[in-house]
Design a protein around this ligand. Structure first.
Ligand SMILES: [Zn+2]
Length: 287
């Protein structure tokens, strides 16, 4: 994995989120778990070689941040916001998270097939949160502080994990660095407020949910992406375009690629981003 600071490690090179860990004087704290089974097992081994795992924190409920928890059973206490806990691997009409995790195996982790659980086995104990909180939560582990900040927007239970001693913040998918932004489960106004809150932190490094490690300067780019999406769909609505027409004609596919291993999802992202924004903009009371 890639070293960010003296005690912070992440992996921005695999399909799924950027799973990370922080080494403290009293063990290791994991922030998000790899979606791919062999990567989850390997990360657990690497983290445990640095000390016992004290906590596993999930920044959001999307499958690529939480599925790997299954492979961290018995490795520390799982900490989740209530909004993550309530949506943990819940099947929705537009996405079955278990099927989505399974779908990645043949292409991205064929060796993981041997340790990929049956659905019943998985759901019997997926390793959900044991400490579940609302608002913010601060953990002290050894000489390190972990400020879990509720930053809803991308998802309702979204958190950022600020580690002041390392001058690092892990944002989950509040930040997509140089790759497509998924906003179909999102509230853009809340998301902008989340970016403002993160922008107020005194940090050198921003570990995004997807894409390379970046800095606070990129928060403005993420904000612009959100506002441009909303403006483009607002124009479509003003022109009287139907939901279908908006989904067909509004696209940001030429801006940047999809994160690693999910290029085939480009059309899905564009249409669902546009459709979900159309739903929200047409639902708002006018005048
Ligand atoms: Zn996400």
């Amino acid at each position: 994995m890639e070293q960010v600071t003296r005690n912070v490690w992440t992996d921005t090179t695999i399909r799924g989120c950027n799973p990370s860990y922080v080494i403290t004087s009293d063990g290791v704290v994991v922030v998000d778990t790899p979606q791919l089974p062999t990567r989850a097992v390997a990360m657990r081994q690497e983290a445990e070689s640095r000390g016992p795992i004290r906590y596993v924190i999930n920044t959001e409920h999307h499958v690529d941040h939480i599925f790997g928890n299954f492979y961290f059973k018995g490795a520390g206490t799982v900490v989740q916001h209530q909004g993550v806990y309530d949506r943990f691997m819940v099947v929705y009409p537009e996405l079955d998270p278990f099927a989505y995790a399974a779908e990645a195996i043949p292409t991205d982790d064929p060796e993981g097939a041997a340790i990929f659980p049956d659905r019943d086995v998985y759901y019997a104990n997926p390793n959900k949160g044991q400490i579940v909180f609302t608002g913010d939560l601060t953990l002290h582990v050894g000489d390190h502080t972990f400020e879990l900040l509720h930053t809803p927007g991308h998802t309702p239970g979204q958190i950022a994990v600020h580690v002041p001693e390392e001058r690092v913040v892990f944002t989950g998918d509040t930040v997509f660095k140089d790759c497509q932004t998924w906003l179909m489960t999102s509230d853009i106004e809340q998301w902008i407020a989340a970016l403002d809150r993160i922008g107020g932190l005194d940090v050198d490094w921003v570990v995004p949910g997807h894409g390379p490690v970046t800095t606070r300067a990129y928060l403005a780019t993420q904000r612009a992406t959100l506002l441009e999406w909303k403006a483009a769909v607002a124009v479509a609505v003003a022109r009287g375009w139907s939901r279908e027409e908006t989904m067909a004609r509004v696209s940001f596919a030429d801006r940047c690629p999809v994160d690693i291993g999910q290029g085939y999802m480009m059309e899905y992202i564009q249409t669902l981003n546009a459709g979900s924004l159309w739903d929200k903009l047409t639902a708002e009371p006018r005048g």
